[in-house]
Design a protein around this ligand. Structure first.
Ligand SMILES: [Zn+2]
Length: 296
């Protein structure tokens, strides 16, 4: 009379995870390991701000065992897409969905949430939180919890994957901080307001933005003002996202006599940024090189 029939662990191997961005997909891949297949909706290298879902994305969602989103209005287009599937489990608060921003200490919080103003609008807070590597601790905790909820039989493996990742992250964070330490307090101008989390972690100071508003090209008057502000503040580099128009950034960089530094805001948006740790390896090394070249 011994109960021998152990409940077979659910076949997580068959579990498909869909993440809105490549950053979240990369973190899911690390935590799920070979237990999951994961794909992103916004392709690597595309501008997540200007993204519009394509017909195939609906099918992708329907097949998802778990849906992971950035939240905070960044992937505002997802709600309409999820509604089209008619699947409760994928809707906000549904058992197969995870908002990765839960628990993140947010920056640039506003009193009011303005989500759908046609483009990711930084409505309730700045949404670029994955660019602080320390926030990956919180994001991966959420991912691990969601995966374990769906496949409790694989709990140990999922938690071990996360431990392995956290230990790598810790080593690299020390290295990144050391690399950027000489540039603490350095003033920068960025094309888009992508960097508050990154800048706070590495003690950089982004003082102004080339685009006056997401997706809006700067006017000549705005550029003139930026250049004089940049001179006054002794800005030392212009940060630029690869998919944004480059003319204005190049112009400001030339006028200030500082380097134009192309950094990746997402995994896969530049060569050499194919996973989450590589994204920081690349950005930290590229920025340090650009700033170091101008050090006395
Ligand atoms: Zn943004």
């Amino acid at each position: 009379m011994v109960a021998t029939a152990l409940a077979a662990a659910p076949a997580l191997a068959a579990m498909r995870v869909v993440a809105t961005t490549t950053d979240l997909a990369a973190l899911v891949a690390v935590i799920g390991g070979d237990l999951v297949t994961v794909e992103s909706i916004v392709p690597a290298g595309a501008d997540p701000e200007a993204f519009e879902p394509r017909p195939g994305d609906l099918g992708k969602l329907r097949r998802a065992g778990l849906l992971v989103r950035v939240g905070l209005g960044y992937d505002y287009w997802l709600d309409a897409l999820v509604n089209q599937t008619g699947e409760q489990r994928l809707m906000r608060g549904g058992e197969a969905t995870l908002d990765a921003s839960a628990g993140i200490p947010l920056l640039e919080i506003r009193g009011q949430s303005i989500i759908n103003e046609g483009g990711h609008a930084h409505g309730m807070a700045n949404p670029h939180y994955w660019l602080d590597p320390e926030n990956a601790i919180i994001v991966t905790a959420g991912i691990a919890e969601a995966l374990v909820r769906i496949a409790p039989g694989h709990r140990d493996r999922i938690l071990a994957n996360r431990e392995g990742f956290l230990s790598q992250l810790e080593t690299r964070r020390t290295l990144w901080s050391r690399t950027l330490a000489p540039f603490a307090g350095t003033k920068l101008i960025a094309y888009h307001n992508s960097w508050p989390y990154f800048a706070r972690r590495f003690r950089l100071n982004v003082i102004a933005f080339i685009e006056p508003k997401t997706g809006v090209a700067p006017s000549p008057a705005h550029l003139v003002q930026l250049i004089s502000e940049g001179r006054r503040a002794q800005v030392r580099a212009i940060l630029h996202e690869p998919f944004d128009p480059e003319d204005a950034s190049r112009f400001v960089a030339q006028k200030l006599g500082v380097p134009l530094v192309r950094l990746a805001i997402s995994v896969g948006s530049l060569e050499g940024t194919n996973d989450y740790l590589a994204l920081f390896d690349y950005n930290v090394a590229t920025l340090a090189k650009a700033l170091g070249a101008r050090s006395p």
